[in-house]
Design a protein around this ligand. Sequence first.
Ligand SMILES: Cc1cc2nc3c(=O)[nH]c(=O)nc-3n(C[C@H](O)[C@H](O)[C@H](O)COP(=O)(O)OP(=O)(O)OC[C@H]3O[C@@H](n4cnc5c(N)ncnc54)[C@H](O)[C@@H]3O)c2cc1C
Length: 212
Amino acid sequence: MFARTATAAGKITAFMVEAAWPGVSHGAHEDKMGIRASSTTTVSFTDVRVPSQNMLDVEGKGFKVAMAILNNGRTGLGGGAVGGMKALIAHAVQQAQSRKQFGAPIADFGLIREKISQMTVDCFARKAPSGWSPLYRFGHRGLLGGSRMSKVFASEALQRSAYEGLQIAAGSGFMRDAPYEQITATAAFDDFEGTNEVLRLYIASVRAQGTG
Ligand SMILES: Cc1cc2nc3c(=O)[nH]c(=O)nc-3n(C[C@H](O)[C@H](O)[C@H](O)COP(=O)(O)OP(=O)(O)OC[C@H]3O[C@@H](n4cnc5c(N)ncnc54)[C@H](O)[C@@H]3O)c2cc1C
């Protein structure tokens, strides 16, 4: 957890707090619309005493600790989106080849091809191997804001792919036994590790300062 301590500037400090300590409690398991395999609850602290050896880094440097954690998390979220996009492309191709309309597989229609093509471009742009992908270069070669750009691009590319995948499957995709309800609900939440709006503010301010 992170808290302001009595430093002169009132800066944030990071602490390791054990869930079993007196004063630490959590709320009920939240009933979420997606990411249901992971339990999410509120956490409350009442007069919790934290020994000084549980401080991470030094007092007043908690923001740096938080940013290190968030940068790793954003890179992971970007990578996770590739798995989602690959699954969506496989579903879309299977559906487009097997569903026939007007005497032909819908995969023969230009607008369906365009959707699969854009899903593939989005996925490739995110996952291209080192040295190729602009996102790899941003994320891992020290460009300021790299992990933020990677996460914004990948999470929104996953949402586009989920939308297009559902359009290709159309009516049958709207049925609950199809995968789109689960994947669309999970992809809809991209606010982990900073909302994309707030990350965009950071990216723009780095650009405006000419430091990225
Ligand atoms: C499944 C799940 C798991 C989570 N796990 C954790 C966790 O482990 N640890 C943790 O700390 N949190 C966790 N969260 C909370 C998550 O980090 C927050 O939901 C997220 O940071 C957004 O904060 P908020 O919901 O309070 O939105 P708000 O801050 O209320 O924002 C609402 C809207 O206003 C926009 N906004 C806010 N400020 C600005 C601004 N300055 N300029 C422009 N737009 C702005 C936001 O982008 C958003 O669109 C979890 C949430 C969920 C759903």
